[in-house]
Design a protein around this ligand. Structure first.
Ligand SMILES: Nc1nc2c(ncn2[C@@H]2O[C@H](COP(=O)(O)OP(=O)(O)OP(=O)(O)O)[C@@H](O)[C@H]2O)c(=O)[nH]1
Ligand SMILES: [Mg+2]
Length: 559
């Protein structure tokens, strides 16, 4: 049984650390007299559902936060449709100032003064055909569609207006200029004026949106947690099926639920320890509470360790599997990269030592994003530049998730087996895949003997990058192998999909380690509080201001 002796000492020295513990002390005062109050009350208390970013919701927003924002939400350039998004308290005002009903007959009308005064009052979520006009001159800028979302039933949880226009540079810039003009006071406007007409023309609190600001507002409004915001960004960036599936599930909240469950469990263990501090075992509390908390924390520790050990599967699925192609010079490494890329991405010549630097391409192999690196041929050399290339090649093999060794069969075949150059041999291990190339220059006996000699490798293929022999088989079975190892078909989806999640989970595990190591019940409660905070930072449930900029700066403007 850990001692309670240091409790008063510690709290006396560092009261700021123990705000919740002081809260426990208050509870103690309140409940001391109720003998029936046991740890069950703590454990059966509903664990509060996570409120996202409570600080932001409690604080009054500053002017900069409150302003209505606008941006082009689709890629700039010529196209069918461009969507301009407006979000904030003035979105409805913008609607009434620049959206007018569209009339079939006004195709020849360039100045829609005709429509003046006939501003529309929008039915939320109903898309309407409209004309967009310049708020000062009344000139029609384009015709298209408009849809208004009344907050909080919108993506950002604020009032949102979407204008679907023709996507041309002039159209988009004229509408964006019109929006900019809404924030300027018209000539002769008096800030004292109170008449209906003047309030119609009052300047609005309108400004262009920053990167990811719409999503940031959705987060601040509680519509999304941070894992969902990150997943939306990943969905936009997804190039492969595996990336799309992973991002879509996270965007729907599956990652959030799993982290929240983990945090709720830590809080449950913390409640047991706090109850112990409050009452002391053997007084008002049933026996074995501390042991139960330890058991719970051990389980959590195992769960977190399991997620952290997951061979970086989530990060690999999200940002691509790192594959290094290595081998002796002239083996056909760059020819392989070009085959995988389907184009002449790397220089190929018969001169050994052609590739000097690491050349990287992201490719879709078997539905997985694979960052393929072609490297310099490994050999001893006096050439300074080539030596640096060889060093980089070695480092790249060490940094990669998987490596593929390309060998020229005629070069390595000995008749009875293979002989690998020392520089290559030291990088070939049981997890290395091997591609025996140039079989067009070898006899079948040589091929058979080489295959036998290398049969213990993770995967072995014999091909000719010149004639194409064996390449189809290599591509399909290599795709299958990496899918089996890294994709999520039929397996639990990986929880840790980026470095931010990993850092916080590692921190949480360290606090759980510290909990399991301490003899002091007060320190134990604190360690659990820190662990819960670390997990809470992943979803943004607590104290996230410091991470918001990092998360949202990777977004594009308009998202
Ligand atoms: N006959 C034959 N020649 C091949 C084959 N694959 C590649 N080559 C030739 O081998 C030479 C070297 O190919 P590369 O792809 O540049 O080899 P590498 O491993 O990148 O060489 P370094 O960059 O020097 O390390 C080129 O002339 C290729 O055309 C093959 O399957 N059969
Ligand atoms: Mg090369």
């Amino acid at each position: 049984m850990p001692s309670l002796s240091r409790y008063t000492k510690i709290i006396g020295h560092r009261p700021e650390l123990f705000a919740p513990t002081r809260h426990v002390a208050l509870r103690r005062q309140n409940h001391r007299t109720q003998s029936s109050y046991t740890v069950k009350h703590y454990l059966t208390r509903p664990v509060p559902r996570t409120v996202h970013c409570p600080d932001v919701r409690v604080l009054l927003p500053s002017d900069a936060q409150r302003r209505t924002i606008y941006a082009l939400a689709t890629p700039p350039g010529k196209g069918g449709v461009a969507v301009i998004r407006v979000s904030g308290p003035d979105a409805l005002g913008v609607y009434s100032r620049i959206v007018r009903p569209w009339r079939n007959t006004h195709s020849t009308v360039t100045n829609v003064k005709l429509l003046e005064g006939k501003c529309m009052s929008p039915e939320p979520r109903k898309m309407v055909r409209c004309a967009v006009i310049d708020p000062v001159s009344g000139e029609e800028l384009d015709d298209g569609l408009a849809v208004f979302f009344r907050g909080p039933q919108s993506f950002t949880t604020e009032d949102v207006l979407e204008l679907h226009m023709h996507s041309g540079r002039a159209v988009v810039s004229s509408v964006l200029n019109a929006l900019a003009r809404l924030s300027q006071a018209p000539p002769g406007f008096s800030s004292q004026a109170r008449s209906a007409v003047e309030s119609e023309t009052r300047p609005m609190m309108l400004r262009p949106a920053e990167r990811g600001e719409f999503t940031r507002r959705a987060f601040q409004g509680g519509r999304l947690d941070l894992t969902q915001a990150e997943a939306l960004r990943d969905l936009i960036d997804a190039d492969t099926e595996a990336q799309r599936r992973l991002a879509l599930r996270a965007a729907r909240g599956s990652t959030r639920e799993r982290f929240e469950k983990m945090r709720a469990e830590i809080i449950r263990a913390m409640a047991m320890i706090e109850a112990l501090i409050d009452f002391g075992e053997g007084e008002d509390i049933e026996e074995g509470v501390y042991d139960r908390a330890i058991e719970l924390v051990k389980q959590l520790h195992d769960t977190i360790s399991g997620h952290l050990k997951d061979s970086r599967r989530g990060e690999i699925l999200r940002s691509g599997l790192r594959l290094a192609i290595f081998g002796p010079p002239n083996a056909g490494k760059s020819s392989l990269l070009n085959f995988l890329a389907g184009r002449e991405a790397a220089i190929v010549t018969p001169v050994p030592g052609t590739t000097r630097d690491v050349l990287e391409l992201t490719l879709d192999i078997g539905g997985l994003a694979v960052v393929v690196a072609d490297t310099a041929g490994l050999r001893k050399t006096d050439d300074v530049v080539e030596r640096i290339g060889v060093e980089r090649a070695r480092e790249r093999v060490g940094d990669s998730d998987i490596s593929l060794c390309v060998l020229s069969l005629p070069e390595v075949a000995t008749g009875a087996g293979v002989r690998l150059p020392d520089q290559v041999k030291e990088l070939v291990g049981p997890s290395t895949y091997v591609l025996l190339n140039k079989i067009d220059l070898s006899v079948p006996e040589e091929i058979r003997a080489a295959k036998n000699a290398l049969s213990s490798c993770a995967g072995l293929w014999t091909v000719s990058l010149s004639t194409g022999e064996g390449l189809e088989d290599f591509l399909s079975s290599f795709g299958l192998l990496i899918n089996e190892r890294f994709a999520m078909d039929g397996r639990e989806e990986p929880l840790v999909t980026n470095a931010r999640h990993r850092t916080q989970l590692e921190a949480a595990r360290e606090f759980l380690d510290a909990f399991l190591a301490t003899e002091d019940v007060v320190v134990a409660a604190e360690e659990l509080r820190y662990a819960a905070n670390a997990v809470g930072k992943v979803t943004g449930a607590i104290d996230v201001e410091d991470v918001l900029d990092v998360v949202f700066e990777e977004f594009c403007i308009g998202k």
